[in-house]
Write a protein that binds this ligand. Structure first.
Ligand code: ADP
Ligand code: ZN
Ligand code: ZN
Length: 683
């Protein structure tokens, strides 16, 4: 069995041939080596090699061979050893890496390094793992049967199957609870029947053991899960099972998109709008966008699914680059939840709760149902302030206020995660009256415990779910179905199925309405609809209550009265008028240093060079340099320069020319800087 899918270029290892190797360095180039003393019969692209590099030895990957070198042959060193018998990645995967390196303007060696499990990076052998991934304890005998699809689901499935032998990108816009997962599973089953493999990406938090069990219940053990909770060995085994064709299904978070497959047949991106698909450090790729390119390279179909599609994907679908499919009804017996605003203006609030909301909670609990309270801020209170002089406790390294935490009592900076002991006397006026200002999930939890002492309250946020198994226990406790209150951050919004929840309450919808980020309203709309989608997923009708001081705001009203479909089309029109993405293309250049003038001076030079290069007819312009909204973090000052263009090709051609010039600036060595293509996060 050969693992070559596309054929890797063949070259005879003649003594004079030059081998081009990439290694894990920030240098944007490959390095020339001579073949080893006893070369194998073929030097293929994708083989790992051990090479001398300065005073060190590194593991690299062959990307090409040539008879020429820019260097004198006498200066070239020899490859020490060719590690593999056969390539780690086939030719198509190598193409994917090259495309990613050029699109994200990131060194190829580091792209590939990022894509390899630790064992492979370290040069360990690629022996088959013989299916020894962590498996279910008991062998599942009774697999769950396929459900009978409803008419809409049937149509979606048929449309996809009709065009599923070649590359085709589908956007499945299906409301929460419309049975997208069932459609995915039936399509996966079709592919497996044909002997093909499937990759399904899910957002970080959705990949709970329950998701995996749900799939194992249908497909037995032919599944590997790839996520951040694996040990290096587990990760390597999962990767290897996929690569050798021993696993039919790969379910994974962002980085799983780099998993090689022997017989790729389908890619699914669930909750395609989710921001966790974009890596926000180092190699800043979008797993969704890479997945689309991968599907194209492998000539296989890809499905992007969401109840709240990103405006990028929606725009591509509406302009017919993707096929738009929709599911507009909830599957099973569930009906769509009803939405109502609670106008907070002039109302007396008790720890953020209006009387109307407390009454509604009581009512639902009385019916023995569950209630979900959404507040997107963890901790007890976002501010600790002196009542006598106005002093506030703030992080000296970030110039931002500390969040008061009570569960593990401390003041914590949510920017740099530094912490200090809680202060009881004001350092400015010695007053003992320090007040917690504002609401976090801990404070809301406490209020709910006091108001409803006989009902369990489960808090779900980053602080309570650091430990995967703890989150798991909480979820199974909730799904026992007794009356309960769930309080949490956006973690609660992501794909969970809590059938007994009939009331979802949004504590404060106002922040997202007035965000300075041009994607602020889009994100608010997605979050609100996703949270609301946790309501009424079982037999009982669901209700959504939204507390706001802006109950007549047109954006909020479009969203809750007309729904996300209308909301998103309106948002798209506004983006088009403002010439913002997806109607234009952006690259964000960030720079930071502990001395405030350095990043500013560096970006000013970058801007001068860029402007100089732009012709008068160019559609590209620069904006900035400006301090980042989060100007100081962990003792470093942060600035950014935005490049925007109506032409993606023009923007990338420009960057191809200029990145080496930016890199050669003396100031570039005094700051930490990066390029973010298609940036989502401007903080
Ligand atoms: P989505 O992924 O679109 O949010 P799910 O796939 O989780 O929706 O489906 C929601 C619920 O509806 C699940 O409990 C699922 O088992 C059920 N369901 C889906 N399709 C059908 C069907 N055709 N008949 C009956 N129940 C269904
Ligand atoms: Zn004071
Ligand atoms: Zn800080």
């Amino acid at each position: 069995m050969s693992i070559n899918q596309g054929s890797n270029t063949l070259h005879s290892s003649k003594a004079n041939s030059v081998v081009k190797v990439v290694v894990n360095t920030p240098l944007r180039r490959s390095f020339d080596y001579l073949p080893p003393e006893n070369p194998p019969s073929q030097l293929l692209t994708g083989l790992r090699v051990r090479v001398p590099f300065g005073k060190r030895e590194l593991i690299g990957l062959i990307i090409d061979t040539s008879v020429e070198s820019d260097f004198d042959f006498n200066e070239l060193k020899r490859i020490i050893e060719v590690i593999d018998q056969e390539p780690v990645f086939n030719a198509s995967m190598m193409k994917l890496f090259k495309w990613a390196a050029s699109y994200y303007h990131y060194p190829l060696g580091q792209v590939i390094h990022n894509a390899m499990p630790a064992h492979v990076r370290q040069g360990k052998a690629l022996t088959a793992s013989n299916n020894n991934t962590v498996k279910h304890e008991e062998i599942i005998k009774d697999l769950t049967k396929e459900l009978v699809l409803n008419k809409q689901q049937e149509q979606v499935k048929a449309s996809i199957l009709k065009q599923s032998n070649n590359f085709h990108c589908f956007l499945l816009e299906g409301i929460t609870g419309s049975g997208k997962t069932e459609v995915y599973m039936q399509l996966i089953a079709e592919k497996i029947r044909l002997g093909l493999q499937v990759i399904m990406l899910v957002p970080e938090i959705s990949l709970t053991p329950q998701t995996i069990q749900h799939f194992q219940g249908r497909f037995a053990d032919n599944i590997v899960a790839i996520h951040s909770g694996l040990t290096d060995k587990q990760r390597f085994n999962a990767w290897s099972d996929a690569r050798l064709g021993d696993a039919d299904i790969v379910i994974g978070t962002r980085s799983a998109i780099f998993t090689p497959l022997l017989r790729p047949g389908l890619i699914i991106i669930d909750e395609e709008h989710d921001a966790s698909y974009k890596q926000h450090e180092g190699f800043r790729y979008s797993a969704r966008d890479l997945a689309i390119y991968r599907a194209q390279l492998f000539d296989i179909p890809i499905i992007l699914g969401s109840a709240t599609p990103s405006l990028e994907s929606l725009h591509n679908a509406l302009s017919k680059r993707y096929s738009l499919l929709s599911l507009e009804l909830r599957a099973a017996e569930a009906s769509n939840p009803t939405f109502n605003c609670i106008d907070l203006n002039g109302k007396t609030l008790s720890e953020g709760f209006s009387e109307q909301l407390l009454d509604a909670i009581k009512e639902h609990l009385h019916q023995n149902k569950q209630v979900l309270i959404f507040l997107n801020r963890r901790g007890y209170a976002p501010l600790l302030q002196c009542h006598d002089c106005g002093w506030t406790a703030s992080c000296p390294r970030c110039d931002t206020s500390y969040t008061l935490h009570r569960h593990s009592p401390e003041l914590r900076c949510h920017r740099c995660e530094s912490q200090r002991k809680i202060i009881h006397a004001c350092p400015s006026c010695q007053s003992n009256t320090l007040l917690p200002i504002g609401l976090g999930t801990e404070r809301t939890e406490k209020k709910l415990e006091e108001s409803f002492p006989n009902v369990p309250v489960f808090r779900i946020d980053r602080d309570t779910t650091r430990n995967r198994s703890k989150l798991e226990n909480t979820i199974s406790e909730i799904n026992k179905g007794q009356a309960a209150i769930l309080v949490g951050t956006q973690m609660l919004a992501k794909g969970h199925h809590f059938p007994e929840v009939t009331l979802v309450a949004v504590m404060d919808a106002d922040a997202g309405l007035f965000s300075s980020d041009f994607r602020g309203q889009e994100f608010m709309g997605q979050l609100l609809i996703q949270v609301a989608g946790r309501s009424g997923r079982g037999k009982n009708a669901g209700e959504v209550l939204i507390q706001t001081h802006n109950s007549t705001h047109p954006t909020l009203n479009t969203l809750i009265i007309d729904g996300y479909k209308q909301f998103s089309r309106t948002q798209l029109e506004q983006r088009e008028m403002a010439n913002l993405p997806p109607f234009s293309y952006q690259a964000l250049i960030r720079a930071e240093a502990s001395k405030v003038s350095l990043p500013m001076d560096f970006l000013q030079e970058v801007q001068n060079i860029t402007k100089h290069k732009l012709s008068s007819s160019s559609s590209t312009f620069t904006l900035g340099p400006l301090p980042a909204p989060m100007e100081k973090r962990a003792g470093r000052f942060r600035f950014q320069l935005l490049l925007q263009s109506s032409s993606r090709a023009e923007l990338h051609t420009l960057l191809n020319h200029l990145v080496p010039v930016y890199e050669a600036l003396p100031l570039s060595r005094k700051v930490r800087w990066s390029i973010d293509i298609d940036p989502l996060d401007f903080s």
